[in-house]
Design a protein around this ligand. Structure first.
Ligand code: ATP
Length: 340
C-alpha cells in the first residue's frame, strides 16, 4: 500500500528556535550552486524564517558582508553557472581569532544557523567553527569533483562531465583529421571521477586517474593496438592529479618511445567549472537545498545532506570529508574492453 502524500506546511517547524539562517557558497565554484542557493532561500522563507546571504564564503563572514534575502533575490538564477553570492578561498579562516570575529558578526546580525555550500575544505572549516562556537551548520555538497562520501553525486559534477564530453568530441574531430594522439587533462586533483566517466562517455582509448598507478607500458600497448587496428586517432583522458606528471608528463614519456606519433596535449582547465547547470544538477541542487534547511529545523547539525539511491541522507562532516568515496575501478575495465 502506498503511503498517503502529505504536503509540507509552513508551521511544520514552528517550535524550532532557529529564526534566522545564513547561507554562503565557498571554495571552488560549481554549476548548480545558484540553484542550491535559490532552494535554501525559498525553503527558509516557506518555513517563515529569515535568511541572510553571506558574500564570498568565509571571507564575507569575517568582513560582515551580509544581505537579507527575499524570494525575488533568487528569481531567475536556477539556470546560471557560478554563484551570485560569489565564492572565495579564505586563508584567514584557519585562525581561531578570525573565526571568533566571524562568530561575533553572526551574533550581532542575529543569525542562529548556517547552510554552507561547498566542498571538503568548506566542511572542514564548518566543522571546526561549529565545534568552537556551538552554531548549527548543515553542508550542501557543491563541487565538480564528486569526491564527498555520503552522496552519490555532488552538485556540479554532471555539468562538468557534460562540458568535458562536448570538448572531447570537438578535439576528436581534429585528432582524426590529423591522425593525432591527444592527451586531454581534466580536473580532479585527488579523485578520478571526471576522467573515468568522461572517458567512458567520450569513447576515450584510455584513462589515467590518481587512484591507480600509471603503468606506461600498458598504456603504450593500448595505443599500439589501437593504431594496429588502424584507428586513426587516439584520445587519452588524464586526471590532473595523476601521479606520473599529468597530461604533459605522460605525453613526454610516450613521445620519447613513439616518435612516429603526432602527440598533442590539451588542458581543459576552468571551462569545466562554468556553464548552465544540467537538469540533473538543477534537480540535485534543489532537493539538497530544501533538505539542508529542513535538516537544520529538525535539530541536525554538523552534517552534510546528500542523496544516495534517490533518498536524502545526512552524513556527519567528519565522515563526509575523511571517508574515501571510492571510484569504481571496474570502469577502467569497461574502457579497456570498449576501446579494444
Ligand atoms: P573544492 O572541493 O571545489 O576545492 P572546497 O570547499 O574544498 O571546494 P577549499 O578552498 O579547500 O575548497 O576550502 C574552502 C574554504 O574553507 C577555505 O578557503 C577556508 O576558508 C576554509 N577551510 C578549509 N580548511 C579549513 C581549516 N582546516 N580550518 C578552517 N577553515 C578551513
Amino acid at each position: 500500500m502506498s503511503k498517503e502524500y502529505r504536503s509540507p506546511h509552513a508551521d511544520d517547524y514552528s517550535d524550532n528556535p532557529i529564526r534566522k539562517i545564513g547561507v554562503l557558497t565557498s571554495g571552488g565554484d560549481a554549476p548548480g550552486m545558484n540553484a542550491a542557493l535559490r532552494a535554501v532561500v525559498r525553503t527558509a522563507i516557506f518555513y517563515r524564517r529569515e535568511v541572510v546571504g553571506i558574500y564570498q564564503g568565509y571571507k564575507g563572514l569575517i568582513e560582515k558582508n551580509f544581505k537579507n534575502m527575499v524570494s525575488g533575490d533568487v528569481s531567475n538564477i536556477i539556470q546560471l553557472g557560478g554563484t551570485i553570492l560569489k565564492s572565495a578561498r579564505c586563508k584567514e579562516f584557519h585562525l581561531r581569532e578570525v573565526r571568533e570575529m566571524a562568530y561575533n558578526h553572526l551574533k550581532e546580525e542575529g543569525i542562529d544557523a548556517l547552510v554552507v555550500i561547498g566542498g571538503d575544505g568548506t566542511f572542514t572549516g564548518a566543522r571546526i567553527f561549529a565545534q568552537e562556537f556551538g552554531i548549527p551548520i548543515v553542508g550542501v555538497p557543491g563541487t565538480i569533483d564528486n569526491d564527498l562520501f555520503g552522496t552519490d553525486f555532488t552538485i556540479g559534477y554532471d555539468t562538468a562531465l557534460n562540458t568535458i564530453i562536448e570538448a572531447v568530441d570537438k578535439i576528436r574531430d581534429t585528432a582524426t583529421a590529423h591522425e593525432r594522439l591527444f592527451f586531454i587533462e581534466v580536473m580532479g586533483r585527488d579523485a578520478g571521477f571526471l576522467a573515468l566517466n568522461g572517458g567512458i562517455a567520450s569513447g576515450a582509448e584510455a584513462v589515467l586517474i590518481p587512484e591507480t598507478s600509471t603503468d606506461i607500458t600498458t598504456l603504450e600497448n593500448y595505443i599500439k593496438s589501437g593504431y594496429r587496428k588502424s584507428k586513426n586517432s587516439s584520445i587519452v583522458l588524464v586526471a590532473e592529479g595523476e601521479k606520473a606528471g599529468g597530461a604533459f608528463g605522460i605525453a613526454k614519456q610516450v613521445e620519447e618511445n613513439f616518435p612516429q606519433y603526432d602527440v598533442r596535449v590539451t588542458v581543459l582547465g576552468h571551462i569545466q567549472r562554468g556553464g548552465s547547470p544540467t537538469a540533473f544538477d538543477r534537480i540535485l541542487a534543489s532537493r539538497l537545498g530544501v533538505a539542508s534547511v529542513e535538516a537544520l529545523l529538525d535539530d541536525q547539525q554538523s552534517v552534510m545532506v546528500g542523496i544516495s539511491n534517490d533518498a536524502v541522507e545526512l552524513t556527519p562532516f567528519n565522515k563526509a570529508i575523511k571517508y574515501d568515496k571510492e571510484v569504481n575501478t571496474k570502469l577502467l575495465d569497461t574502457i579497456h574492453i570498449l576501446s579494444s
